[in-house]
Ligand binder design. Structure first.
Ligand SMILES: [Zn+2]
Length: 127
């Protein structure tokens, strides 16, 4: 049995109408993955007639973590190691994507979207 179908069995309450539950769960997973999963797709994954997509599996994991109070935005993130001036960003969610400095090729997460160069090549001005 696949991990996804095991999780789905856990989420479905046999005493309630199944199609309605599949529709509700498919809607929640669609919202997490920012795509559309039909209730029939969910049922196919549950019955193991379709292999779940990566997006579906990740949404399902995020949904399970959200049941324990973990915001889905954190559940969908991956831990990475970053360099920072202070340790207070440990565990923080970084909302921006990294860029490569065209001058020195260092990777950095810009403090503003229009920043082109890393802080070493173009220091951040303090107000
Ligand atoms: Zn640079």
């Amino acid at each position: 049995m696949s991990e996804a179908s095991e999780i789905l069995i856990y989420l479905v309450d046999p005493s309630l109408p199944k199609v309605k539950q599949y529709e509700t769960l498919a809607g929640e997973l669609s919202k997490i993955a920012d795509t559309t999963f039909s209730w029939r797709y969910l049922l196919s994954v549950l019955n193991e007639t379709v292999r779940p997509s990566r997006a579906f599996t990740e949404a399902l994991r995020a949904h399970i973590l959200s049941l324990d109070g973990v915001p889905t935005i954190y559940a969908k993130s991956v831990p990475v190691q970053v360099r920072s001036k202070s340790a207070d960003i440990e565990g923080a969610y970084v909302m921006g994507a990294s860029k490569i400095c065209p001058k020195c090729a260092n990777k950095f997460v810009p403090n503003v979207p229009w920043r082109r160069f890393c802080p070493a090549c173009n220091p951040v001005r303090s107000c």
